[in-house]
Design a protein around this ligand. Structure first.
Ligand SMILES: C[S@@+](CC[C@H](N)C(=O)[O-])C[C@H]1O[C@@H](n2cnc3c(N)ncnc32)[C@H](O)[C@@H]1O
Length: 214
């Protein structure tokens, strides 16, 4: 783990290029995981609901499962991830770009998901990202997001599927307070495991289901 504090490094470009390079290996790893935790959200939505998947990756398993019942819009900064998502989820709509450069209409989505993606943006942008997601959701809409248990300054690791990758996050208490200040009600917080090395398999992430005020 190295501090990611070089003012001359574009860390978003590093994330984008990193996922362009490791997309095949990442998809392979993700395919072997099931996502029962999506049930939490899916049982709240009506068929045909509009769902935004933030940092959708190759669309498996999250967008693929959601697309069985809902209209899915996936956004990912990596062109290779988006290319794969379009192949894996032909009924979904996928857009390449930084989620913070998206311009969706207000109150457009019934739900948003963000699995293992928010922590790839600089954490200074997390309050604004959550505020935008809140604005894109209809009143009463849902957010299902993996967040982080404890606060960590920005850092990189060199062994993420053979590329250098960047993370940055606050702790769960801080995210919970951001969400409540934005008018979300916290419905459920569970913990899910996900990791990219033997050691990291022991990593656990809080998964928060929140509902925007009516
Ligand atoms: C760990 S992967 C998770 C992919 C997928 N959500 C899943 O559950 O497998 C994180 C994804 O977030 C994307 N990502 C990172 N920063 C992003 C940003 N600023 N805007 C959009 N996507 C981003 C990456 O390209 C990558 O595909």
């Amino acid at each position: 783990m190295k501090p990611a504090d070089d003012p001359d490094t574009d860390y978003k470009a590093l994330v984008q290029q990193g996922y362009d390079q490791c997309a095949a290996a990442y998809e392979n790893a993700r395919r072997s995981e099931s996502n029962p935790e999506l049930d939490l959200l899916m049982e709240q939505l009506s068929p045909g609901a509009r769902v935004l998947d933030v940092g959708c990756g190759a669309g498996v398993p999250v967008a693929q499962r959601l697309a069985e019942q809902f209209h899915v819009t996936g956004v990912d900064i990596s062109g290779e991830q988006v290319r794969r998502a379009r192949l894996n989820v032909p009924t979904g709509e996928f857009i390449q770009g930084d989620i913070l450069s998206m311009d969706f209409p207000p109150a457009h989505f019934d739900a948003a998901t963000a699995f293992y993606s928010i922590f790839h943006l600089p954490r200074e942008e997390h309050p604004e990202l959550l505020r935008r997601i809140r604005g894109w959701l209809k009143p009463g809409g849902y957010l299902l997001a993996t967040l982080s248990a404890r606060s960590e300054d920005a850092y990189t690791e060199d062994d993420f599927f053979d590329v250098t990758m960047y993370w940055s996050n606050y702790g769960l208490d801080e995210y919970q307070s951001m969400l409540t200040q934005l008018g979300f009600t916290l419905l459920e917080t569970t913990v899910i495991g996900h990791g990219y090395t033997e050691e990291a398999q022991a990593e656990h992430h809080p998964l928060v289901l929140a509902q925007a005020a009516e």
